[in-house]
Every structure is written in C-alpha cells, then in structure tokens.
Design a protein around this ligand. Structure first.
Ligand code: HEC
Ligand code: HEC
Ligand code: HEC
Ligand code: HEC
Ligand code: HEC
Length: 419
C-alpha cells in the first residue's frame, strides 16, 4: 500500500521516525474499529486480538498455531499457502519501509501484512519470528483458539470447527483488499485499493462469483494473482488479427472479477512493431501514479481495463509488412520504480546500523525481477483475407479468438494487385 504524503526522512536523529497524516488517521479508525461493528466484520478486527491460552480439551500438538503445526494435519493447504503471496506478505519491501515510519504507522502496515497481535508483538520485541509467516492460517481461521471455516466440522483434535458464512463471501477478503472512508487514500474519486467495489460493479457479483470462486478454486490456498502468468492469461481474451490496413489487437478483461489489474502497482506494456521497425505503437495498462513536487501521490491517468472492458490497438501496415506484438507484465512496477528509489535516495547520508539494514532490504526488493511476457504475437503480411496472428503461448481457455463476422467491408478495400 502507498502513503499519501511522503515526508523526506530528516537527517536529524529525533525526526527519523516520521508520522504520515493519512496513516495516523487510519490507525485511529482501526483501533476504534467503528466501521467494522457489524457482526461479520468483528471477525476482522485488525490487528487480530491475542489468541490467549489454548483450551486443555485441544490436543497439545494443536496448541502451537504456527503454519508448520497446521501442516502436520493439513498438508495440502499448507503446501499451497507456502507458495502464496499471503505467506510472503512480510516482504523485504514492507519491512524496509517500516524503518521510516513512526510506531503507530508501522503497526498499521503490519495490521494487514502480519495481522495477528502476536506477530506484531514479535516485531516490537525485534524478534524476526514475525517475518516468517505473513498472513497465516491462524490469521484467517483462528479466534481465541476457536477454529472457523466454511463448514461445521466436529473434531476432537482442536474442537469443533465452526461454520461462518463469511468464509464464502467476498467480504471475507475485503477487510484488507478494499479501503473505506477514513481508511486509506482516495485519488480522483476512487480508493487506491478498490477491489471489492470494482467486483461489486462487475457482472461477477451478480452471478455470485466471489473472490474465493476465482482465487481459491477447489479450496486452493495458492491465492494466485498477477504474479502468476497463467492466472493473468486467464483474465483476458485476445483477438490478434491481420487486416488489410494493418494489425488489430484487442484485449478484453472478460475473466478478472475487477479491473485488470486491480492494484496500482502492476504495469502491463503492449508493444506493436512492424518487422522492419518502421511502425511502432506502445500502450500502457496501469493506474498511473506519480509523486508531485510536494512529494504527494497523484494520479496521472487510469488505463486499466475495468471488468468487461475491451481496448483495441491498431498498427497501420502496408500489405507486405509483417508485425509482432509483445505483452509484458511488470507486477511490482510502481514500488520498484518510484517508492523504493524514493527511500534509497538517502544513501549518501551517514548511515547507522538500522538505516543500513533498511536500505539493504529495499535494495533487495528493488532488484527482485518478477516481470514476464504474457504473450508474443506474430502477425503475417496481408494474405487476401483477415488472418489470425499466432499467439505464443496458446491462450489457456479453448478457442477464445474469432474472426470478425463480416469480411465484406474489408474486401471492398482490397488493394489492387501489384504487377
Ligand atoms: C493434529 C492434527 C491437526 C492439527 C495440528 C490441526 N488440525 Fe485442523 N483439523 C484436524 C482434523 C482431524 C479435522 C477434521 C477434518 C475432517 O473432518 O475432514 C480438522 C479440521 C479443520 C478445519 C475444517 C476443515 C473442513 O474440511 O471444513 C479447519 C479450517 C482447520 N482444521 C484448521 C486448522 C488450522 C488453521 C490449524 C493450525 C492452526 C489446524 N487446523 C491444526 C486436525 C488437525
Ligand atoms: C487469506 C485467508 C486464508 C488463509 C491465509 C488460509 N485460509 Fe484456509 N480457508 C480460507 C477460506 C476462505 C476457506 C473456505 C474456502 C471455500 O470454501 O471456498 C478456507 C478453507 C480451509 C479448509 C477447509 C477445506 C477446504 O478446502 O475448504 C482448511 C482445512 C483450511 N482452510 C486450512 C488452512 C491452513 C492449514 C492454512 C495455512 C497453511 C490456511 N487454511 C490459510 C481462508 C484462508
Ligand atoms: C489480513 C489481510 C488480508 C486478507 C484477509 C486477505 N488478503 Fe489477500 N493479500 C493481503 C496482502 C497484504 C497481500 C500482498 C502480499 C504481498 O505481496 O506482500 C495480499 C495479496 C493477495 C493476492 C495477490 C497475489 C499476487 O499475485 O500479487 C491475491 C490474489 C489475494 N491476496 C487474494 C485474497 C483473497 C481471495 C482473499 C479472501 C479469501 C484475501 N486475499 C484475503 C492481505 C489480505
Ligand atoms: C488495509 C490493509 C493494508 C494496509 C494497512 C497496508 N497494506 Fe500493503 N498491501 C495490502 C494489500 C491487499 C496488498 C496487495 C494489493 C494488491 O496486489 O492488490 C499490499 C501490497 C503491499 C506491498 C507490495 C507487495 C510486497 O509486499 O512487496 C508493499 C511493499 C506494501 N503493501 C507495503 C505497505 C506499507 C509500507 C504499509 C504501511 C504504510 C502498508 N502496506 C499498509 C494491504 C495493506
Ligand atoms: C471472475 C474471477 C475473479 C474474481 C471474482 C476475482 N478475481 Fe482477483 N483476479 C482474477 C484474475 C484472473 C487475476 C489476474 C489478472 C489481474 O491481475 O487482474 C486477478 C488478480 C487479483 C489480484 C492481484 C493484483 C492485481 O493488481 O491485479 C488481487 C489482489 C485480487 N485479484 C484480489 C481479488 C479480490 C479481493 C476479489 C474479490 C473482491 C477478487 N480478486 C475477485 C480473477 C478474479
């Protein structure tokens, strides 16, 4: 998540921990918990109150609530979760930034990234234990050692698992994936994190396809998203067609339940180029933000594809020209290009040990490269009729491509044969 006003870290030791107005406001609301008084939302009081002692009726092995412990009996979920970004939410990029915030603001960050009170206490005690887990099994399933899930399950091991309808609802995810009034930044009228609202406005909410339907298929705990190439491919239908006048590329957000992409961090770059390099077109898909001269976050333009939205790019070509297209995904773009460099600029100062540690983490986060090519597309020269260009790799779902139904208008424009 981003902050509203980046105050430059001062070289004065006493001003090192800076307070950010937005975060202080958020912290207040978070602790007063006023927006989440409704019964279901009590479940997501953040940070999650301490679990306390486990009941003696629970088998001793289940008193330990670490993911390693759950894994003893729930191996499938544990293996899947281990690969997820929830397991990695105490990332270098997060921890590196914490150093530059005052305590309240830092704890506010942690309340979503390592949401259990025990984890935050570990952080306060400067124990690195809190890093290991991120958003773990207990964060989602345990309150005062009571297990909750989608269904009732009587088990002597750790007591009956209690069913909560919330587990089947999008609201379960929204506490962290949607900002609300007084909690989080709004730019140009919409929250910086707006996934739930985007979903609500899409057809998916009407069809009762929840976040879990797409992100937890068959109970999967991988929580795949923009960092997974296959998942991202599954969001789009693509039409790449060689027409007489050039190369037409349509991208349609048919299968993401929110904007493609939902967050402001990822950047998707679409490049169309003729073989001879003479014709070129670039298009960026992103909610594009920048820091103005007061170091305040502003929105330049939002070119994301809302759910159901299609864009068509067209590269004019002579009939004999061939062309290629490349669609590239940079999942961590804004953090790597703007936020981490912002903090790293401080490096010419005299650094103490804590500063060095923070800079080391941010540098690591900046250097991680998770970019990938979504598609490479080869487009032939004009061959007397509309022609599919070749996608590599193949789109995941059946035949998503179809030619425009009526070719007649195009035929009218056929170039006369060259001698
Ligand atoms: C010693 C073994 C053991 C450990 C450790 C354990 N569980 Fe379980 N858990 C069970 C058994 C047995 C069931 C009942 C399974 C069934 O009936 O399908 C169960 C059921 C569940 C369910 C309901 C599953 C369903 O199918 O609806 C959830 C959720 C759950 N456990 C969460 C956890 C979490 C979270 C942890 C770690 C904090 C944990 N358990 C640790 C044995 C264990
Ligand atoms: C981000 C929240 C979240 C995290 C983290 C999480 N779970 Fe779950 N879990 C859920 C939800 C939501 C469901 C219900 C999914 C459904 O029914 O669609 C669920 C379902 C389950 C079930 C029931 C079986 C099933 O497939 O429905 C078990 C068992 C379980 N989780 C264990 C774990 C274990 C063990 C961990 C840690 C390794 C874990 N969960 C981490 C949210 C979470
Ligand atoms: C306690 C807060 C919290 C809850 C509850 C939560 N998430 Fe997340 N989620 C996060 C955070 C923080 C990240 C970013 C993790 C990172 O990359 O550091 C994240 C990342 C993700 C990602 C991104 C993966 C990627 O490739 O970037 C997906 C998908 C996701 N969550 C889905 C869900 C779904 C579905 C639910 C509900 C079942 C849910 N989350 C519940 C906090 C939460
Ligand atoms: C309301 C919950 C919430 C709070 C509070 C929050 N984040 Fe996040 N953060 C998220 C979610 C959710 C994502 C993933 C968003 C997505 O991919 O759509 C995320 C992603 C990130 C990421 C990118 C993934 C990674 O871990 O490398 C960083 C870095 C980050 N947040 C840092 C922070 C910092 C620093 C703060 C405090 C100033 C903070 N967050 C406060 C929910 C939160
Ligand atoms: C109809 C399927 C579908 C539904 C419903 C859905 N998603 Fe997604 N989601 C996707 C696909 C596909 C992607 C990968 C493409 C992308 O990033 O937009 C994705 C990506 C994400 C990401 C990665 C970050 C990013 O910037 O895109 C997060 C976080 C996320 N979803 C959270 C949620 C939450 C929270 C909900 C419920 C409010 C939800 N999703 C509902 C399909 C879905």
């Amino acid at each position: 998540m981003f902050f509203a006003h980046l105050a430059k870290k001062s070289t004065l030791w006493w001003a090192k921990k800076i307070a950010h107005p937005t975060w202080l406001l958020m912290a207040t609301v978070l602790t007063s918990n006023s927006l989440w008084a409704a019964t279901d939302n009590d479940y997501w009081q953040l940070p999650i109150p301490p679990q306390g002692d486990a009941p003696q009726t629970h088998h001793p092995v289940t008193h330990d609530i670490s993911p390693e412990s759950c894994a003893l009996c729930h191996k499938k979920q544990a293996d899947e979760w281990q690969d997820s970004y929830h397991a990695k939410a105490a990332s270098d990029g997060l921890i590196g930034q914490l150093h530059y915030f005052d305590q309240d603001s830092a704890e506010n960050c942690l309340s979503c990234h390592t949401p259990r009170s025990e984890q935050i206490e570990d952080w306060q005690d400067q124990s690195l234990k809190f890093k290991a887990t991120g958003i773990d099994c207990a964060s989602c399933h345990l309150r005062q050692h009571q297990r909750y899930g989608a269904n009732n399950k009587p088990t002597p091991v750790h007591g009956t698992v209690q069913a909560k309808p919330l587990f089947k609802k999008a609201d379960f995810c929204s506490r962290c994936h949607q900002f609300s009034e007084g909690r989080g930044l709004k730019l140009t009228g919409s929250f910086l994190e707006n996934t739930h609202q985007e979903w609500q406005q899409s057809k998916w909410s009407k069809q009762n396809k929840t976040c879990q339907s797409c992100h937890m298929p068959n109970g999967s705990h991988r929580f795949k998203g923009i960092h997974d190439a296959e998942m991202t491919r599954s969001a789009l239908t693509i039409k790449a067609i060689r027409k007489v006048a050039g190369f037409s590329l349509s991208l349609s957000n048919q299968f993401a339940g929110h904007a493609f992409p939902t967050y402001a961090t990822p950047r998707i770059i679409v490049t169309l180029t003729s073989h001879d390099g003479k014709n070129k077109k670039n298009h960026i898909i992103q909610r594009q933000l920048f820091l103005d001269k007061h170091q305040s976050l502003q929105q330049k333009v939002d070119t994301r594809l809302q759910a159901g939205e299609t864009i068509t790019l067209f590269l004019p070509l002579k009939p004999h020209q061939q062309a290629t297209a490349n669609i590239r995904v940079e999942p961590d773009h804004f953090y790597k290009q703007v936020i981490y460099p912002y903090f790293l600029e401080e490096s010419d100062e005299v650094l103490d040990q804590d500063d060095k540690q923070a800079q080391h983490l941010l540098l690591k986060a900046k250097q991680v490269n998770r970019d990938y090519t979504l598609y490479d597309i080869q487009c032939p020269s004009w061959q007397q009729k509309n022609h599919h260009c070749t996608l590599s790799p193949q789109p995941p779902k059946g035949d998503l491509m179809s030619l425009p139904k009526d070719n007649s208008t195009i035929k009218n424009h056929l170039p006369s044969r060259r001698n």
